[in-house]
Ligand binder design. Sequence first.
Ligand code: ZN
Length: 214
Amino acid sequence: MIIEIENFIIESEDEIDYKDEMVYTLQNRTRKILEFFELEKLSKKQKIVIYNSVEKYKAHMEKHVPEYKDWMIGDTYGENINLLSLDEVKKLESHKNFTIDSFMNGILHEFVHVCQREYGKNERELLWFWEALAVNLSGQPNKPISLADCDFSLLKKDFNNVEGNYNYAYELGKYILETYSHEEIMTFIKNPELLKSVEYKIFENALERQKLNT
Ligand SMILES: [Zn+2]
């Protein structure tokens, strides 16, 4: 099955019965994210590939990560947005309560990474920042977590192997979005070196604010 719409091409081996919701999400809910990144449209159509088995998705992931983990269900490695199909995700022990809404938020999460990529290469040590934006701008629900338990230099170095990684990223992203102006955040996106010069300060301040609020 192939569906082509503005900005996107969706490709799946099987028919997917939630394709209308998917098209709706891609046509409507991506607009705010494009606006955030000050983009009118993507520089080229983004292909979205839906995998209909965990084995195939795992084989794809193993080309890009040292170790596949079963919470990995969507990514932007290579050129495409790659997603494990909704039916397959629901079968995973780690995602028993996964819904169509979670799936759509997951698409938006990956879309944030696509927009961020329009500004340059993804640096591994800044993954915490890109994930911070992705979890916040996609509207994914979050479990509160204390930044006091976060080893920030480890989060920077080895994001994928830190327990609570996305929850920490959410807290940091929330702090950044509430504290910095949109213009300042765009400066970080366009100039990661600048972000690197203040990232520890950002972490310390976010931690401090969390302490004051609890
Ligand atoms: Zn992500």
